[in-house]
Ligand binder design. Structure first.
Ligand code: SF4
Length: 243
């Protein structure tokens, strides 16, 4: 049982539970992309990133084979991360707009980033069995963040389904039928009897190139959702404090 976020992060990085994903993450680490051939690859499960007392959580899908699986940090070193961290910086939740490696000096303010699947999957598509196998890590992360976390931005339908399952199993009252994922959808889950505060969920299109290159998700759309979720969680950002 992990008692702290630091223990959780260490345990995640040591997980070998999914044979297909372990094989794929290690295959990608051996068969490097040409641009990174001189770099060591992480090649392991990628833990969440951000403060242990975060008020806001961002839930993605899974690390990219040559992004997080290379750098060892969520969304770091790939095009999706370029968009996400630029937006986090624009609304005042990150100290810099870029993320290139674990020693790049990036700090997040009040927000943590994680995923329902912690290993890079082939074609960015984990199986339902792999999602279920990995869900206990997200359950633990939510439990450890419970004292502080008040809002969750979920990037895409896969993370939305995974998170709703986790919070329902943890005792949150989730509406039936379960709310559908959509960009701009907001779901307010009431506090539970165990003295927890309400939890506010925000749907946002994933920052994948499929969405950002086509204009389905623009920087302004992303910044709006991040800013609303931060304000709801009580994080003072540049945007929420702007006149
Ligand atoms: S996907 Fe999750 S459960 Fe599977 S090996 Fe990676 S960290 Fe472990």
């Amino acid at each position: 049982m992990c008692r702290t976020i630091a223990e959780l992060d260490a345990a995640v990085a040591d997980c070998f539970a999914c044979p297909r994903l372990v094989a794929w993450r290690e295959h990608a680490a051996r068969h490097k992309r040409a641009a990174y051939r001189d770099q060591p690859y992480w090649g392991r499960a990628v833990p969440g990133f951000g403060p242990a007392d975060a008020h806001m959580l961002i839930v993605g899908l899974a690390p990219a084979a040559h992004g997080g699986n290379r750098t060892g940090r969520m969304f770091t070193g790939d095009r999706s991360g370029d968009v996400l961290f630029a937006a986090l910086h624009a609304v005042g939740l990150a100290n810099q707009p870029t993320a290139t490696g674990r020693d790049d000096g990036l700090h997040l303010t009040g927000v943590r980033i994680t995923a329902p699947v912690h290993c890079a999957p082939p074609d960015n598509k984990p199986t339902p069995a792999e999602r279920d196998q990995c869900s206990h890590w997200l359950t633990t992360e939510m439990r450890l963040l419970t004292p502080t976390v008040r809002s969750v931005v979920v990037l895409g339908a896969f993370g939305w389904q995974a998170l709703l399952g986790v919070v329902a199993r943890e005792g949150r009252v989730v509406p039936r039928p379960r709310p559908k994922f959509g960009h701009g959808v907001r779901v307010d889950l009431p506090a539970t009897q165990t003295d927890r505060a309400p939890l506010h969920l925000f749907g946002c299109y994933h920052v994948s190139q499929q969405n950002t290159f086509t204009g389905r998700l623009t920087p302004a759309m992303l910044e709006t959702v991040l800013g609303e979720a931060a304000a709801t969680a009580g994080i003072a950002t540049y945007r929420s404090s702007a006149p």
